[in-house]
Ligand binder design. Structure first.
Ligand code: CP
Ligand code: NVA
Length: 311
């Protein structure tokens, strides 16, 4: 048959709120179990004979290595495509790419520009699709960040997460997480980099409070987090952003306003002396390396859940 129907029961992970609270907590719990097995050198290979395809239309270090190493460790095979080395770079429609490759592989991870491109792929996919970062969201990173928080400090419920940085894929995903898991984001950005009203319509003040002053935003925080001043795809604004963000570098004085046991996170890559001082990112409150490692553990749990459901 030329056009076989797409299987109806597939789940995608295009945004954090594609999952319920209960499903997120399951994936986090399962990640802890899978991580422990990895640390004990015990094999965990549910992906035997399965294939993951990854499409990168933007650069990556952590996402590529964490998905690739994780999938190999689970017994599967991984294929990497970029715009430069596939027909995507020569204008093959994303829908056709989806129709073709998802007849051959079991799972797809995509890092791209607009969320609409990811959604167009998913609409024509016969297998689960994972968001490996879009302009709008970075849900795998937030899963890893919350796992890292939980490992270090217990439940994130009712906690305060301070975001110093622009409205971007990370900050919007943090806000979704706050709504799903019931904590509060303190958002603080320069004037022209505020959250878009249409993207936060309906978010309760229990889950989001906006600050002008980064020191005030950090007061009482359980976690302070930031990101690059210029996200991928916005490089043309780099100079302008450097001027606007000059007073928004996370420093030790800001950390001292947070709770004494507050953690510092950054999704990485980081620019010391820009969005964070070396003192903070390399200091005792920083958990950025565990945060990066946890990408692999949590994504293993995510991929297992998408393909096989709860174990
Ligand atoms: N944090 C993150 O997604 O890193 P990469 O861009 O290196 O994948
Ligand atoms: N906000 C950053 C995250 C990088 C992992 C970007 O989109 O470039």
């Amino acid at each position: 048959m030329q056009n076989e129907p797409t299987p109806l029961n597939i789940r995608h992970f295009l945004r954090l709120d594609d999952f319920s609270k209960e499903e997120i907590l399951y994936v986090l719990d399962r990640a802890k179990y899978i991580k422990q097995k990895f640390k004990n050198f015990e094999p965990h290979m549910p992906m035997h004979d399965r294939t993951l395809a990854m499409i990168f239309e933007k650069a990556s270090t952590r996402t590529r290595v964490s998905f690739e190493a994780g999938f190999y460790q689970m017994g599967g095979y991984v294929i990497n495509l970029t715009s430069g080395d596939s027909q995507l770079g020569r204008s093959e429609p994303i829908e056709d790419t989806a129709r073709v490759i998802t007849r051959m592989v079991d799972l797809v991870m995509i890092r791209t520009f607009g969320q609409d491109r990811l959604e167009a792929f998913a609409k024509h996919s016969r297998v689960p699709v994972i968001n490996g970062l879009t302009n709008e969201f970075h849900p795998c990173q937030i899963l890893a960040d919350i796992l890292t928080f939980v490992e270090n400090r217990g439940s994130i419920e009712n906690k305060i997460v301070t975001w110093i940085g622009d409205e971007n894929n990370m900050s919007y995903t943090w806000i979704q997480a706050a709504e799903l898991l019931n904590f509060k984001v303190h958002f603080c950005a320069p004037e022209n980099y505020q959250l878009k009203p249409e993207r936060i319509a309906g978010v309760s003040p229990d889950h989001l409070k906006i600050f002008k002053d980064p020191y005030e935003a950090c007061a009482g925080a359980d976690l302070v987090t930031t990101d690059v001043w210029t996200s991928m795809g916005y490089e043309a604004e780099n100079q302008e952003r450097h001027k606007a963000f000059a007073n928004f570098c996370v420093n030790q004085d800001m950390m001292n306003r947070a709770k004494p046991d507050a953690l510092f996170m950054h999704c990485l890559p980081a620019h010391r002396g820009e969005e964070v001082t070396a003192e903070v990112i390399d200091g005792p409150q920083s958990v950025v390396w565990s945060e990066a490692e946890n990408r692999m553990h949590v994504q293993k749990a995510l991929m297992e859940f998408l393909l096989f459901g709860k174990q």
